[in-house]
Ligand binder design. Structure first.
Ligand SMILES: [Ca+2]
Ligand SMILES: [Ca+2]
Ligand SMILES: [Ca+2]
Length: 352
């Protein structure tokens, strides 16, 4: 069965922010034989392989022929003259609180200096800026900040694998990892398991974590390609959503200006995607919308040679009939923790 889901967008946005995401999803039903031989019916949200016609958001800045500019000018003039539409807010509930300890907290770990790490990788320059912006999240107290050589497998891996996530990754409500990555691998500085950490050794959310941003190349590619069999599924032990990229992503972001529908880059900057995310999330956008809009805005004009696929994945809560990726901490709506999810969904947008 095919259905389409249109992501809600807020009221009229400034022109340079109008690249809203309109992802389409395919719900995929399948029957699986579990190890206990009990036939179970499971429902997944399945994202098909890269197909811009299925996943494409609104393209920006591609139209600049004079007559089209005139038409858009006329439309904008009419729109400005009309009253602004009401902003849609999901399930407003100002009393919503953290389900774990009543205090919102944010933590970050970043690696710029890979040349001194166990991993051999080129140094990065923007990961510290990304961490700095995330730690400014209004209403969240700073939990921890790990930098460069301090970022090891212990910070991410669950205690059942000898890790210390209880005092790092799983000790805050929102976590950023900024550094190199690959398919199902986060490049930490030092690890007992090669130089990487794989999500199959993570158990996140059984202590505190709700939202995990992995600002690394390709770290979410397996969920994008095959959500059902991705090792990331094992990491969801109360975790509401993970955000990141299914493709390579550049270290830097870009600033730009638009003249009517013609937009062009004005420069490069570090950490803009996290800065925009903080703004969107703290103003009431859901986790997924905040990430997808922030990455679209920060990366659309970076001039990267390949399209960038930005994604958010999370479980479906059958009891509350809600998705964790629709969480918004400030204007209400926080789904329950789901410790053994069997239903997942994802939202992705192609940038560039
Ligand atoms: Ca844990
Ligand atoms: Ca929780
Ligand atoms: Ca929490």
């Amino acid at each position: 069965m095919l259905i389409s889901v249109e992501e809600e967008v807020g009221a009229r946005q400034p022109l340079r922010q109008y690249a809203t995401t309109i992802p389409l999803f395919v719900i995929y039903y399948r029957t699986v034989l579990e190890t206990n031989s009990q036939l179970l019916f499971e429902r997944y949200i399945y994202i098909p392989p890269l197909n811009s016609s299925m996943l494409g958001g609104v393209e920006m800045g591609k139209v600049h022929k004079p007559f089209i500019v005139l038409f858009i000018t006329a439309v904008l003039s009419l729109a400005i003259a009309l009253p602004a539409p009401l902003i849609t807010v999901r399930a407003a509930n100002p009393s919503v609180t953290d389900s774990d300890n009543g205090v919102w907290s944010v933590g970050a770990m970043y690696i710029n200096a890979y040349s001194s790490c166990q991993c051999s990788a080129n140094d990065l320059q923007c990961c510290d800026d990304a961490a700095s912006y995330i730690l400014t999240l209004p209403g969240f107290r700073q939990g921890f900040l790990l930098a460069d050589g301090a970022v090891t497998d212990l910070a991410l891996i669950d205690k059942t694998y000898g890790g210390a996530d209880d005092v790092y990754a799983d000790s805050v409500d929102l976590l950023l990892f900024a550094g190199h990555g690959d398919v199902d691998n986060l490049y930490v500085c030092n690890s007992r398991f090669g130089c990487c950490v794989t999500p199959s050794m993570m158990r996140l959310g059984d202590k505190d974590l709700e939202w995990f941003i992995v600002d690394s190349c390709k770290a979410l590619k397996s969920m994008y390609d095959d959500l059902i069999n991705s090792p990331w599924i094992k990491a969801f032990k109360g975790l509401h959503a993970v955000a990141g990229f299914a493709t390579t992503v550049p270290d830097v972001d870009a600033t730009y200006v638009c003249i009517f529908s013609w937009c062009f880059r004005t420069g490069y900057a570090c950490g803009l995607r996290e800065k925009y995310f903080v703004n969107y999330f703290s103003s009431g956008e859901t986790f997924a919308t905040a990430w997808l809009k922030a990455t679209k805005e920060a990366l659309s004009y970076v001039g990267f040679e390949e399209p960038i696929i930005s994604c958010v994945f999370g479980p479906w809560d059958d009891k509350t009939q809600s998705y964790g990726i629709y969480d918004a901490p400030y204007k209400g709506y926080l789904t329950n923790d789901v410790y053994s999810p069997v239903y997942f969904m994802g939202m992705c947008t192609t940038i560039g």
